[in-house]
Design a protein around this ligand. Structure first.
Ligand code: SF4
Length: 412
């Protein structure tokens, strides 16, 4: 299953960019940018979108992202809804032309979180920065060397990761602030009004406790997710659609329990490591493995981050992440009208609360656990592969299908 004997940087888990979809906007944007750079003499391009990129590309604004990337250069965008046997559910073909001459043709897979893989151009082993690829291996090394998970991340990533994570944390906070101050309708046609401000007002008057936690974490998760859905700036964690979970937990817990920014940066390092393990051994792509790969991964990252802030050890952190992921197994991706709004925004709030609950359970039960994080990750991948394509970011099943039928005056 693994293609590399190592893992890439956690910078690929946290990408600062614009929403609403890392795989449908950030990935294609990156692919088109590279193609344009490699073919400076091209005077036009054609892009064909396949699989989930075609089926939910309009709702996710893939075509808009591609047009923006090529700017003044003409681009012909085609949606191929029928082609099967694709190298990845998010596949695109880009051709550069000069006049009638084809200069270059590439098949690119948008593999989740804004990352791309060009067919026939595998990434080199030298790009990997982590020699270990399983939690078990990392835990053993940390125990051997007497270091924490965040120490391990810093050791492998080298100088510069702290500064990068500081930028990530600042962007997460800025996105939450922006989301709390914005009102009105989210673009896309579903006529959804922003709700972060309403939740915030209700939570602000309450004393710290369980009820306040529900309101405030939800407000922050909504704020970040509504910004993403509106195409504003945000950080993938690990994807755009799931970008509200981790910041909501960290921002609320910092206010409630007074963690310093330095402690939050360390927690981000650990959360990034968990996201990286999932990306390496399974998937963080809704098109590949359903929403368990996006929201489930985000929840596991948030649980690990909060567990570390609470001072948990290696086994308890693992247990928290495992519980968070395990109870998202089988979660389908069925975005209504192909937009990253229903069920996505609300789902971020639910997962933020679930991450905190997973930490509480891990605190009590970690000594009796039977399932490791590595097994939960492998299970998520196998479950995702078994999911019908209707539930993997195609909007052909679930909520998306029934909503559509209702709009058309159909069966319900
Ligand atoms: S349902 Fe989940 S995986 Fe699908 S677009 Fe929404 S957040 Fe992403």
């Amino acid at each position: 299953m693994k293609k590399y004997a190592g893992m890439f940087s956690i910078k690929e888990i946290y990408r600062i960019g614009r929403g609403p979809s890392s795989s449908h906007t950030m990935g294609p944007e990156k692919a088109c940018k590279e193609m344009r750079k490699q073919n400076p003499e091209a005077d036009r391009f054609s892009v064909t979108l396949y699989g989930s990129l075609a089926k939910t590309g309009k709702g996710h604004r893939t075509d808009y992202a591609i047009e923006q990337t090529f700017g003044e250069i003409p681009v012909d965008i085609r949606f191929d809804y029928d082609k099967e046997d694709l190298p990845h559910p998010n596949t695109m073909e880009i051709i550069a032309y000069r006049g009638e001459t084809e200069l270059s043709k590439k098949t690119v897979c948008s593999v989740g979180g804004g990352a791309i893989e060009v067919l026939g151009e595998p990434r080199t082993q030298s790009e990997t920065v982590y020699p270990e690829t399983l939690y078990k291996e990392i835990e053993e090394r940390c125990q051997r060397e007497g270091i924490s998970l965040s120490d391990y991340v810093k050791h492998c990533e080298g100088a510069g990761i702290d500064d990068y994570l500081k930028k990530v944390w600042q962007r997460m906070k800025d996105t939450i602030h922006a989301g709390m101050n914005h009102e009105g309708e989210i673009p896309g046609g579903l006529e959804i009004q922003r709700k972060a401000g309403i939740l915030l007002k209700q939570g602000q008057g309450k004393a710290f406790g369980h009820e306040k936690a529900i309101y405030m974490m939800s407000a922050y998760a909504y704020a970040a997710s509504e910004e993403n859905a509106s195409g504003e700036k945000m950080v993938t964690a690990p994807t755009c659609g799931a970008s509200g979970v981790l910041p909501a937990v960290l921002y609320f817990k910092q206010q409630e329990l007074g963690y310093t920014d330095e402690e939050i940066i360390d927690a981000l390092a650990t959360a990034g490591l968990i996201g990286n393990l999932i990306k390496t051994n399974a998937s963080i792509s809704g098109a590949e493995c359903g929403c368990q790969a996006e929201i489930g991964s985000a929840c596991a990252m948030a649980a690990a981050a909060f567990a570390q802030l609470k001072g948990f050890g290696l086994t308890q952190i693992e247990c928290a992440a495992e519980i968070a992921l395990e109870h998202h197994l089988g979660l389908t991706c069925d975005p209504v009208c192909g937009l990253v709004q229903i069920p996505c925004i609300e789902r971020n709030a639910v997962a933020a609360m679930r991450a905190v609950d997973a930490v509480s359970l891990a605190e009590m039960l970690y000594e009796q656990r039977k399932i490791s994080l590595d097994v939960a990750i492998q299970t998520m991948y196998e479950t995702g592969k078994d999911l019908s394509v209707r539930y993997r970011e195609t909007s052909e099943g679930g909520l998306a299908k029934l909503y559509q039928e209702k709009q058309e005056g159909g069966k319900r």
